[in-house]
Design a protein around this ligand. Structure first.
Ligand SMILES: C[S@@+](CC[C@H](N)C(=O)[O-])C[C@H]1O[C@@H](n2cnc3c(N)ncnc32)[C@H](O)[C@@H]1O
Length: 267
């Protein structure tokens, strides 16, 4: 089944995305077009639905640098949870939790929001090769890195450049959504969560990994300076209030250090 996206210009218009855009072993270039004639480029399989550049916070800007994208997963992401939880927390453990809570199924559709190198989408596709995985980020260089990693692993995904504040999908398009570490970077977190709720089926699951306020004074000091750069931190209660306002209820949740894992369902 083809991926259908919502035209960024005419929000009732469907745009069909050919399956070959997701087949990363073959380079695909071209355009996709709505019935009204608005066209969007596909370059090297990356579908660009964000023709107009947005403004970015300092923390977000670093994700648009080629150097950040090239070292992000191998130097930071693989070690980050051990550093942030204060215990040995290999990436495999996080991937196992993702799979356990998301339970990807054949023929179902999953979206990784603010995907960077699409770690979550790649993990779910490897777990269930007959599921359909879509990964969205507004950073072109992160999507290029996601493409390289997915192709190297022979994992097919749809890679879309789009803004989480205005997801280019119709209501109820996805069976599952995941967001790893992105919540803290968002400039309009409630809008993005509303969008997540809109595109998720009422039977769906949202896997959320985010950072909460540190308990120690030195942790808070560090987070205060990170807030200058555009990151945000909430307590667990404040985070849950945010999820609830966006139409989600917490089904499972635990924190380790400042890392919070939450399984959310539409309320
Ligand atoms: C902390 S990284 C996420 C990492 C990834 N989810 C993972 O688990 O490794 C945050 C990513 O979200 C993206 N991002 C931030 N705000 C966004 C927005 N409004 N729309 C789309 N992507 C966004 C950034 O470009 C960056 O790649």
């Amino acid at each position: 089944m083809n991926l259908q996206v919502r035209s960024p210009k005419y929000d009732r218009e469907v745009i069909e995305v050919p399956v070959k855009a997701s087949q990363l072993s073959t380079q695909f270039n071209g355009t996709i077009v709505s019935a009204k004639g608005d066209e969007y480029p596909v370059r090297d399989n990356i579908i660009d639905l964000l023709p107009v550049e947005k403004s970015y916070s300092m923390a977000q800007s670093t994700n648009h640098w080629k150097l950040t994208a090239s070292v992000y997963e191998d130097l930071w992401r693989k070690r980050s949870l051990s550093l942030l939880t204060g215990e040995e927390f290999p990436i495999k453990k996080e991937q196992e939790l993702l799979v356990k809570w998301m339970k990807p199924e054949p023929g179902k559709w999953y979206l990784d929001v603010g995907c960077s190198t699409a770690l979550y989408a790649r993990t779910l596709k490897k777990e269930e090769p007959d599921s359909h995985q879509v990964a969205v980020d507004f950073s072109q260089v992160m999507l290029e890195e996601a493409r390289l990693k997915a192709e190297a692993e022979r994992t097919d995904l749809y890679l879309i450049r789009a803004d989480g504040r205005d997801l280019p999908f119709f209501a109820g398009s996805f069976d599952g959504l995941s967001m790893g570490g992105t919540l803290n970077e968002l400039t309009d977190e409630l809008k993005v969560l509303y969008e997540c709720r809109r595109v998720l089926k009422s039977s769906g699951t949202l896997f959320m990994m985010h950072l909460v306020k540190a308990a120690s004074w030195y942790g808070r000091l560090f987070q205060d300076s990170a807030e200058w750069g555009g990151l945000q931190f909430w307590s667990v209660d404040e985070s849950n209030e945010l999820f609830s306002r966006a139409g989600f209820k917490v089904e499972e949740q635990f924190t380790k250090g400042i890392v919070c894992f939450t399984k959310l369902r539409p309320s």
